[in-house]
Design a binder for this molecule. Structure first.
Ligand code: SF4
Ligand code: SF4
Length: 131
């Protein structure tokens, strides 16, 4: 199976919080240029991060689902109801799209879902089976 690479996508460098640099959710990393400005020395959490598209998770197999194209960074992470799937909107309304809503419903059959708006506000946490 071919391995995916991020290419020119840098969506998670804005969407995902990075404690190492005191970076909040949906705030551009201070090292973000056209790509990572400190690529060789970037923190371990950046090296380890894999969004749903990079991991070819269910619903993210198509190239058009790369986060900078579909507007959503999805990633597995801890929630107050256990391991869940975060859906970060890269731009306003991205998680409202029908195809994203369908994917959310699939994951929510088994996992909690947490929505994060393009401004970084945490939306509702849906426990497994609530969508
Ligand atoms: S959002 Fe996914 S594809 Fe984009 S840079 Fe981050 S890990 Fe790579
Ligand atoms: S350090 Fe580099 S890879 Fe990590 S969030 Fe910042 S720009 Fe992205």
């Amino acid at each position: 199976m071919s391995v995916r690479i991020c290419g020119e996508c840098t969506a998670c460098c804005k969407s995902v919080a990075l404690p190492e640099f005191n970076k909040a959710t949906n705030e551009p990393c201070e090292h973000l240029r056209e790509g990572c400005g400190i690529h060789e020395t970037r923190p371990e959490s950046c090296r380890a991060f894999q969004c749903a598209w990079l991991s070819k998770m269910t619903g993210f197999k198509d190239e058009s689902m790369r986060p900078d194209r579909c507007g959503v960074v999805a990633a597995v992470g801890p929630t107050e109801h256990g391991r869940g799937v975060y859906f970060y909107s890269v731009w306003k309304g991205a998680t409202d799209e029908d195809r994203i809503q369908s994917i959310m419903r699939i994951y929510n059959l088994r996992f909690p879902i947490l929505l994060v708006s393009h401004t970084g506000n945490r939306g509702g946490l849906l426990k497994a089976g609530e969508a």
